[in-house]
Every structure is written in structure tokens, then in C-alpha cells.
Design a protein. Structure first.
Lengths: 353, 332, 208
């Protein structure tokens, strides 16, 4: 599937989602469906799907300790172990995982290969853009999600208010500008442009890579529109969302259809999540190359399905090579006379003795 | 052979730009100089690997069992149930591309299917078709495709262009290890008798003689004896190695490559000199002709074959050593 | 096969309780990190000996060599054997230079022939795959005059010589313990005139 097809397919999908959301918002009779039923269903799919997916992974054992060791092992006492990159205790693994999950440690290593054909030289420059934008993307998304807790909790907890004031610290405009939404949109834009601009990225990208980017971009864009451009009845919205959170759903009148588009996009994201690559959120915690210790010679790792195999035993080996082993002066377990493989001549010699 | 290799000036002219057609629509053509020859049927037979037969990679017909698709898909299901790594690595790649230019084969060839991400997608696409609802319904749109003869040939070509070096896994934000995927893909292909001779024959040799090169015990002793001659010439001192000696404190195992060909042989001499030096200080060490291989090409065949070839080591130890010092090779 | 020994062997064939914990009989060092498999890498063993001053080494015998070290993929990324071989090299020769940081240790490049791909019919693949490794060697060859590529893997010792000949003529390949064998001063040895390869030792060229 080439890039145009991929883009068209994912854009059509997003377009359809937006249209459906808009219909849900424009037809008042559908408000209970789009404001209550679908959000609950999406949430259920997300939670159950996520759990199902994690359990499905957990069902398969980890037969071998296959940690990727990215630093000096624990060996002789005077050789300094790299405890973060080659952990040998569980706590060191926890440290490694924190770095990986919180700071994207592996992505931080990223380099870019450059080939200079005129002199045949290769270089590998440190490439931090992907790391920086990935970090910006994930953290701004997190902040946006946390900020939205104000819609689901009453009273609004202090941390959420604090977060908002940090997020809006620039104090420009009214309502004050929340940086996270724009960072999110910008970072999604970078990831999208990178996918489209870098030839090999374009080559490896699937519609299922573009679709989530479009989806998240649309969520951010509709959110920004509602906050700064189109007036939305925030009190009504909060009534609806609090209703969802308190399992006491209400559908206030007069909420702008844009909100229904926004909400439906979020529902699609939730329902799509467990069945897509977005599950890397759960997978990274369970990745055996990262969450295992590198001490596999010190402590035995047990493989639950370890089964006996057919081997070539020493006795069989000696049986085949005994004569030559004796000739070469190698020790043998059995002398030719006692072994079954003794040739007739040898037996004859034996009896002659 | 060697004269067919392009010269370095031609070789360095690498085009890293991918072709205009999508990778699923770009047919794989097996190119001489890139692939290895098929496993010798006698070697496969010797260790009981499936489907031993004469075949050539460029043949149209690879003489597969009739139900080969079923064999592979059942094999895949079985391995998904036994290896969490495989399941997770099939599911969570986001195609961020961080691995792409980390692979030496991609750097040196420019072939996009040598990017770790695409190498994994070769298998992942089939996995999606058969194990995900979305893949079943939406097919190509979600990167899913059927396992066809052409796909199988592509697997064979590209999973024998990965050296299981794990460099990509260092850079992957989720630690996806292409080596793990290649190991299991090769295991699947071995169910159909798809192997290469440079692995299959050393495996058979190792099973029989204890080492990849098929060196028999008396020849092994002779070779080390020859090294002792050489050492005596250079130093005036002659090491006296022992073999298969029961009750020795340490068993030494080294790859047979080092007793067979230069420059590894000089390294083997280095071991002999070191042990001779230490024997004066009380070192009690012996060599084994039975566990005479530091490498393990079973690892490049299947997990089971790895275990079968590894068996002589602890067994040789049981009779002759309390622990082992090992030189060995890199991966397997 | 250090990947197999380090990450698979004990799981497959263990437990090895019937054996004693590995202790270096010369230094008394317990190899704690190998107490379950009982498998010690030879460079761990030798590094320990050198650290305890148990080896009489004449580094100058390797003075004709300007050495760099190729980390084999799996000992580095499937084990973490990085400083042990370096310690042995630095104690057996005087001229040692590292290749650029993005091409060594955990970021090392494959020899191009790993995992059983060391055949004769796929030389083009091997030279292509070995390009990044060769390129880094070429860098130190041109910058520091490196003429010897040391490694801890027997496949490397088979795979790298043709690779060097193709991309970086003038660089030879050695095992870490060849350097040890040359530098180690044996009791009662005669005056050595050549190294193990029969090449004259530094200062012995004229006598040839």
C-alpha cells in the first residue's frame, strides 16, 4: 500500500468519525446515545480490551532470560558494572524501566547514519529530534488528560488546578492559553511530517500509523477550537461529564455539536486503543529484553516448558570413535573387548590371547 | 565466487532510497551473492530435521510438504504460546523507524527489507492476517497479508540476512529484538526443511563429533599436538595439554574454528601457553574432544537443536571438571 | 555462543548443583557472576589473573601491533562482556586505540557473517553487512595506524580477515589470547625471535 492510499484510507476513516460525531451533535434525539451510551461503551471496550490484551501476553511464559544488555555486566569486583544498562538485581531493573518509560532512554540513543560516497565513509550522528518530540507528545498528552479531570471530579482537586496554572503560566489571552494542547498538536504534526517526509518512514508506514495521528490531532484541534474560538457551554459540558463519572448520566440541552465531535473522537480513540499499536503503553512494561536481569549465569531462570531432547551421549560418541581414541592415547570408559562394537578381528585377537 | 563480488568502489555506491512501490507489492528476487545454499539433505537426516531433500534457492519448486501453510501457521501459534517475547514484539511496534539505519545489512545494502522494522513486518503481516480480527477483515489496510509461496521465499531470503546481532534492540524504545524474531522465523522455516548448508552441516557435525567442523577425537589431539610443536619452536617450551581427563578441576572449551584455521589457531596456541604457564602454579585443566565446540549453531536452527547440541558440555563436565572456562563465539 | 551460555544454557541444562562454584585456583577469586552455570569466560579468567599480578607479561613483544578491539555482538548485547577483554589487551600490548563510540561496546557492529552466514557463496552479503564494522576499523587505521583487529570470537577470526582484506587492506585479525601468548614470559623459555605467527619480534627483524 503506497503512501497516498494509506493517507486516503486514514483520512476517510477520520472524516467518517468526524461526520458521525457531528450528526450525533446536530440531532438532539441522538444526544443520549453520543453523550452517554457511546462513551460508556468505549470506556468498557478500552478497559476490558486493555486487560484482555495484557492477560493474553501474560499467558505466554518467558522461557529464557533474554535481556538486551547495553552496558558492562556484573563480573569481577573491580570492574565497574553499568547498573542501569545491565541490571543484575530487581531494583536495578526497576531503575532501568523507569528511565525507559519516563525518559525514553533507548530513543535518546538514536543516531542517524550518513554515507559519504565520495570517500566511502560512514558517520553516525546523535539524533535527538525524534526523542524530543516523542517526549513532548507523550507528556503534553498526559497533561491534557490530567487537566480534563476537572470535568470528571467535583470538587476539582487541588493538583489539577495547580497543573492548570502551570500549564497556563504564560497568562496570554483570555481564557488563558494552555500550552499543552498546542505542544500536543505541534508534536503530532512533527511525527506526521516526519513520517511523510523521510523516505524510509513513508515506506514503512501503514494506514494504522497515520490513523492514530490524525485521530489525536483531531481531538487536539477540536479541543483548541472549543476553548479559544467557538463558544461552548462549559457548564453544560461539565454537567454531562460529571454525570458520566458519577454514573448518574444527564444530557443537558444546548451543547455545541463541536463538543460531540470531540467526544466521539475520544470514544473512537478509547475503543481503538486495545486493538492497535497504541498498546505499546502496556507492552513496554512487559518487554522481556528490558524488564529482565542480566544475571543469567548467577541465578537460574526456569523455563516452564523445558522438555527433554534427544542428545548424542558420551557413550554413543565413544562407541563410534573408541578405536581412534585409543590410538590417540585418549582415555576411554570401556575397552574394546567389553564393548559391543568390537570387530570380528579384534574378538579373534582377544580369544587368541 | 570471490571474483563475482563487486569491487569496493561499486559496492559503496549504496542507494538507501526505497523503491516507489510499497513493500508488499515489491516482489522479492533472490540474488546470487546474497543467499546461501540450501542445507545438505544428509545433514538434515543425520539430526532428524524435517523434509531432507536436494533443493536450490533459485528453483521455483522448493519441494515443500503439501500442507506447508498449515505447518507454518500451527508452528507460529505454538511459538506465540511459548514465547511472550514473540507475542509482544508482534503487537507493539509503532514503526517509529529508530531501528532502520541501525542494521549493518541495511547500511551496507540499502535494501529496505533489511531495515529491522520491515524484516519484522515480514512475519508480523502474516501474524496479523491470522491472529487479529482487524487483519482478517481489513487485510492490507492494517498491514496484513496471506502466507503465500512468495511470502515464504521472502522470509527465507531476509531471515537469512539477519545475523541476530541485536543492535536494533538497543535502540528500540520498546526493546523489540529482531534477533528473537529471526530465531523464531528460522525455527518455523526449519519445520519445512528450509535451512542453509552453512548451518545445517555444522549442526550435524557437531551432533556427531562434538564440534562444528567434524573433527574426530584423534584428529583433535593431533591438531593440538601440532600447535605444541609450533609453540616449542617459538619459545623452546612445550605445553602438555590433557584430554578428557577425569577429575580435572577445570574443563576448557573453545570453538573448533580456533583449532582449525588461521588466525584462530594462534589464539588456540595462546590458550595452550597460558595454561602451561598456570599449570606450574597449580592449575588443573583439561580439554574435551567430546565437548569440543565453543559455538552452537543449533541456536540458528531451533531452540530444541540448541539444547541438543549444548548437552555434551555439562555432561563432559560431570565427568571431568568442576567448572568450565570457555572461549566460544559470539551468538551461537 | 556466549549468548547461549550466558542466557540459555543454565535454563536448558541446569541446575548444575553437582558441580562446585567456579573459583580461580590461582587467585582464589570466586566468580560470583557465574555461580549457577559454572561457565566463566576466558577473558574474565585472564583479566582476574592479570589483576592479581599472576602473569609475567612482556608487552613490548606486541610492539609491532597497533591494536583495536571489535566487540562481538552477543557478548556485548547479550551479556555485557566489555571491559574484561579490554583489560587483557591493555595489559598485553602498548598500542591500543578504540574505534568511534557509536561503533563499539553495546553499539558494536556485526562482522557481517554472524548467525551462520559465514559461507562462501554469500560473500557479497558478508562484505555489505561488514561495511560498518570495516569502516570504523578504517577510521582508526588511517588515524592511528591500527594494523591489528582483536576479537573474542572464533567466527570473527574466520569472517573478519576477508572483510579487512576487502575494505581495509593492511589490517590483520587476532584473538585476545594470541596477544597473551606472545606477551607471556614462560619459565625456562628461550629468547623469542618471532611471535606465534613466525613474524619477527620488534628489534629482531635484522637477525632474520
Amino acid at each position: 500500500m503506497n503512501v497516498w492510499m494509506s493517507l486516503i484510507v486514514s483520512l476517510i476513516a477520520i472524516g467518517a468519525v468526524v461526520v458521525v460525531g457531528a450528526i450525533g451533535g446536530l440531532v438532539p434525539a441522538l444526544h443520549p446515545v453520543f453523550g452517554v451510551v457511546i462513551p460508556y461503551a468505549a470506556l468498557a471496550v478500552f478497559i476490558l480490551g486493555f486487560i484482555w490484551r495484557v492477560l493474553r501476553w501474560a499467558k505466554s511464559p518467558v522461557p529464557f532470560p533474554i535481556a538486551t544488555t547495553a552496558g558492562q555486566q556484573k563480573s569481577l569486583p573491580w570492574i565497574k558494572q553499568d547498573k542501569l544498562e545491565n541490571p543484575s538485581t530487581r531494583w536495578q531493573v526497576v531503575d532501568r524501566m523507569i528511565l525507559e518509560i519516563v525518559l525514553f532512554r533507548s530513543l535518546f540513543r538514536n543516531t542517524r547514519m550518513e554515507l559519504y560516497k565520495e570517500n566511502g565513509k560512514l558517520t553516525y550522528g546523535w539524533q535527538l529530534w525524534l526523542w524530543a518530540f516523542a517526549l513532548a507528545f507523550h507528556y503534553s498528552f498526559l497533561v491534557v488528560v490530567l487537566r480534563h479531570l476537572r470535568f470528571f471530579l467535583d470538587p476539582i482537586p487541588l493538583p489539577v488546578t495547580l497543573l492548570e496554572s502551570v500549564d497556563g503560566f504564560l497568562q496570554v489571552g483570555l481564557p488563558s492559553v494552555m500550552i499543552s494542547g498546542f505542544v500536543l498538536l505541534g508534536a503530532v504534526g512533527y511525527l506526521l511530517v516526519r513520517r511523510l517526509y523521510v523516505p524510509f518512514m513513508r515506506y514503512i508506514s501503514l494506514p494504522s500509523d497515520y490513523f492514530p495521528l490524525f485521530l489525536i490531532a483531531s481531538i487536539a484541534a477540536t479541543g483548541i477550537l472549543m476553548r479559544y474560538v467557538v463558544r461552548v457551554d462549559v457548564v453544560g459540558v461539565r454537567e454531562l461529564t460529571l454525570g458520566i463519572a458519577t454514573l448518574n448520566p444527564v444530557v443537558p440541552d444546548g451543547i455545541n455539536f463541536l463538543f460531540y465531535i470531540h467526544l466521539f473522537l475520544v470514544c473512537v480513540l478509547l475503543a481503538y486503543f486495545p486493538f492497535s499499536k497504541l498498546m505499546h503503553l502496556g507492552g513496554i512494561f512487559m518487554s522481556p529484553t528490558r524488564n529482565l536481569r542480566g544475571n543469567s549465569r548467577e541465578f537460574r531462570h526456569v523455563n516452564p516448558w523445558n522438555y527433554p531432547v534427544k542428545t548424542h551421549t558420551y557413550d554413543e560418541y565413544e562407541e563410534e570413535f573408541r578405536d581412534r581414541m585409543i590410538e590417540a592415547g585418549l582415555p576411554v570408559e570401556k575397552q574394546p573387548a567389553e564393548s559391543g562394537s568390537a570387530t570380528d578381528t579384534e574378538s579373534a585377537e582377544d580369544s587368541a590371547e | 565466487m570471490a571474483d563475482e563480488v563487486p569491487n569496493p568502489q561499486e559496492m559503496i555506491n549504496i542507494d538507501h532510497r526505497p523503491p516507489a512501490t510499497g513493500w508488499m507489492d515489491t516482489p522479492t528476487v533472490l540474488r546470487k551473492g546474497i543467499y546461501c545454499y540450501a542445507g545438505n539433505p544428509k545433514s538434515l537426516e543425520y539430526v532428524g530435521l524435517p523434509n531432507p531433500r536436494q533443493w536450490h534457492p533459485e528453483d521455483d519448486d522448493w519441494k515443500l510438504p503439501e500442507n506447508w501453510v498449515e505447518i507454518v501457521l500451527d508452528g507460529l501459534r505454538d511459538r506465540l504460546d511459548r514465547f511472550r517475547s514473540l507475542k509482544i514484539f508482534m503487537d507493539i511496534c509503532v514503526r517509529c523507524g529508530a531501528c532502520a539505519d541501525k542494521c549493518h545489512y541495511f547500511i551496507g545494502s540499502g535494501d529496505p527489507k533489511n531495515m529491522p522494522v520491515l524484516r519484522a513486518e515480514l512475519l508480523r503481516s502474516v501474524y496479523r492476517k491470522d491472529y487479529s480480527l482487524a487483519g482478517k477483515i481489513l487485510g492490507k489496510t492494517v498491514g496484513a497479508r496471506k502466507l503465500t509461496y512468495q511470502v515464504l521465499k521472502e522470509w527465507w531470503y531476509y531471515f537469512f540476512q539477519c545475523s541476530e546481532c541485536r543492535r536494533c534492540s538497543v535502540f528500540c524504545p520498546y526493546g523489540i529484538d529482531t534477533a528473537e524474531i529471526t530465531i523464531l522465523a528460522r525455527e518455523l522455516m526449519n519445520l519445512l526443511g528450509l535451512n542453509i548448508d552453512w548451518i545445517a552441516t555444522p549442526v550435524a557435525n557437531c551432533y556427531r563429533t562434538g564440534n562444528h567442523l567434524g573433527i574426530q577425537p584423534h584428529a583433535y589431539v593431533d591438531m593440538l599436538d601440532f600447535f605444541c610443536d609450533e609453540i616449542e619452536d617459538v619459545t623452546g617450551v612445550r605445553p602438555k595439554p590433557t584430554f578428557n581427563r577425569k577429575g580435572a578441576e577445570i574443563l576448557f572449551i573453545t570453538p573448533s574454528g580456533d583449532v582449525f584455521a588461521d588466525p584462530g589457531t594462534y589464539t588456540a596456541m595462546g590458550y595452550l601457553i597460558l595454561f602451561h604457564y598456570l599449570e606450574q602454579m597449580g592449575l588443573d585443566i583439561t580439554w574435551s574432544t567430546y565437548a569440543s565446540e565453543g559455538g552452537n549453531f543449533g541456536f540458528f536452527t531451533s531452540h530444541e537443536m540448541m539444547k541438543r547440541l549444548n548437552a555434551p558440555r555439562p555432561s563432559a563436565w560431570g565427568s571431568s571438571g568442576s567448572w568450565a572456562a570457555n572461549a566460544a563465539t559470539c551468538g551461537g | 555462543m556466549w549468548r547461549v551460555i550466558h542466557q540459555y544454557m543454565d535454563t536448558m541444562n541446569g541446575p548444575t548443583d553437582f558441580m562446585e562454584d567456579p573459583v580461580n585456583p590461582i587467585t582464589g577469586t570466586r566468580f560470583e557472576n557465574a555461580k549457577s552455570t559454572k561457565m566463566v569466560h576466558i577473558t574474565e579468567f585472564t583479566a582476574d589473573l592479570i589483576r592479581h599480578n599472576k602473569l609475567k607479561l612482556d608487552k613490548s613483544r606486541n610492539d609491532n601491533l597497533v591494536v583495536t578491539f571489535h566487540d562481538s555482538c552477543n557478548p556485548s548485547r547479550g551479556m555485557g562482556l566489555l571491559d574484561e577483554p579490554r583489560y587483557v589487551i591493555q595489559n598485553t600490548c602498548n598500542h591500543f586505540y578504540e574505534m568511534p563510540p557509536n561503533t563499539i561496546r553495546e553499539q558494536t557492529f556485526c562482522c557481517g557473517s554472524g548467525s551462520g552466514l559465514n559461507a562462501g557463496e554469500n560473500l557479497e552479503l558478508r562484505f555489505r553487512g561488514g561495511l560498518p564494522r570495516a569502516n570504523a576499523v578504517r577510521h582508526v587505521h588511517e588515524k592511528h595506524g591500527v594494523n591489528m583487529l582483536a576479537c573474542v570470537c572464533a567466527i570473527d577470526r574466520a569472517a573478519l580477515p576477508p572483510l579487512m582484506e576487502y575494505w581495509v587492506p593492511g589490517v590483520d585479525v587476532t584473538g585476545v589470547h594470541e596477544l597473551v601468548g606472545n606477551a607471556l614470559v614462560l619459565d625456562g623459555e628461550k629468547e623469542r625471535k618471532t611471535d606465534l605467527r613466525g613474524e619477527p619480534l620488534p628489534g629482531m627483524e635484522e637477525e632474520e
